[in-house]
Design a protein around this ligand. Structure first.
Ligand code: ASP
Length: 344
């Protein structure tokens, strides 16, 4: 059993890594090498923390597949050396990034905890300290047998640990910036840090090796329908050159217009090998394809059932599975199956 768990802290950018220059009032990047000096409380966690930073930290609005590959490569290269990983990114696209990383790692048996903050680490009222300290604490938490308690990709924010691929950013102002509507928190941090162990993935079978998937394809689009959407709009979107996948954001439990032009356009796209996944625009709940007449047609023409997956998770799962060269039937099977706990 490791007495002092080793944690790698990776800073990619975002508000959390800023400090305020009180003379000019401007925010400037904080040197993460100095994290232990800045937050001496971290010493009390009883773990060895090392930091690594993107050469040029980014605002998470600029996040993309090459950066996701970079994050996975850093974790992969350091996988044996560390007991857990904490990844700091801006909160704006954290739900997408952490979901993407969850698909990119297969057989993950160590914690990868994403966190960030609404206020910079150098701000008096910052939420960064709590988010960071508890994320490291979670990444370092082990069972009595020395295995990590968390063996999946998670997102920690404002006292709650969520399965990453279940999260959505719901608030631009409040400290409680994230939620997971369709799956309960994996842990809650109050006076005690309480894990909901029955909800966790992974059972500590250290025999299987980590598999890293880095073939994501981004010829995809999110098509959100709305009352009055025109044929011209849908046609233009479905005819984007090279388009390979669509997340179709429908109403309620997966319902869409029954007009023949709409269904025909989708069918033409599916016949051209474009994968179309039905997810709901509702914040919570699930698509039930075929439940209403308005989704029966979608089911018949080969629209894939996204069930209760979030849009963030659906778009990155689409990117991931498109990179795996699957037949239509295999693609449908894997999309509708929970691969990393992303759907029920
Ligand atoms: N715009 C910032 C970003 O996502 C906000 C944050 O750090 O939370 O990078």
């Amino acid at each position: 059993m490791a007495n002092n768990p080793k944690i790698l802290l990776l800073y990619t950018g975002g508000t959390i890594g800023m400090i305020k220059d009180y003379q000019t009032g401007a925010l400037r990047p904080f040197n993460f090498e100095k994290i232990l000096e800045r937050i001496p409380e971290l010493h009390q966690l009883g773990c060895d923390i090392e930091t690594i930073s993107f050469e040029k930290p980014i605002d998470s609005s600029n996040m993309n597949i090459p950066y996701w590959n970079q994050i996975t490569e850093i974790i992969e290269q350091n996988y044996q050396k560390y007991d857990g990983f904490v990844v700091l990114t801006g909160s704006d696209t954290m739900a997408y990034t952490s979901s993407a990383i969850s698909f990119m790692f297969e057989n993950l048996q160590k914690p990868v905890i994403f966190t960030g903050s609404q206020l910079p680490i150098g701000d008096l009222r910052t939420d960064a300290k709590e988010n960071l300290i508890t994320s490291i604490h979670i990444a370092a938490s082990q069972n009595e047998d020395g295995n990590p308690i968390i063996q999946e990709v998670c997102l920690y924010f404002e006292y709650k640990l969520y399965r990453a691929n279940r999260t959505t950013k719901i608030n631009a102002d409040q400290f409680e910036a994230f939620t997971s509507m369709n799956f309960p928190p994996l842990a809650e941090s109050g006076v005690k840090l309480k894990f909901n162990e029955h909800l966790l993935l992974g059972k500590g079978n250290l025999e299987e090796n980590l598999v890293v998937r880095k073939n994501m394809i981004n010829d995809v689009v999110i098509l959100k329908i709305f009352p009055g959407i025109t044929e011209t709009t849908v046609k233009a979107i479905l005819n984007i050159p090279n388009l390979k996948g669509v997340v179709l954001e429908t109403y309620g439990s997966g319902n869409a217009p029954t007009k023949s032009w709409f269904v025909n356009l989708l069918k033409e796209a599916i016949d051209k090998n474009i994968r179309i996944v039905d997810v709901t625009q509702c914040a919570g709940g699930s698509v039930i394809l075929g439940h209403y007449e308005t989704s029966q047609e979608l089911q018949k023409i080969g629209v894939i059932n996204g069930k209760d997956i979030t849009t963030e998770s659906a778009i990155v799962k689409l990117m991931y599975l498109l990179g795996e060269n699957l037949s239509f039937e295999e693609f449908r099977k894997y999309f509708e199956l929970s691969l990393r706990g992303e759907l029920t």
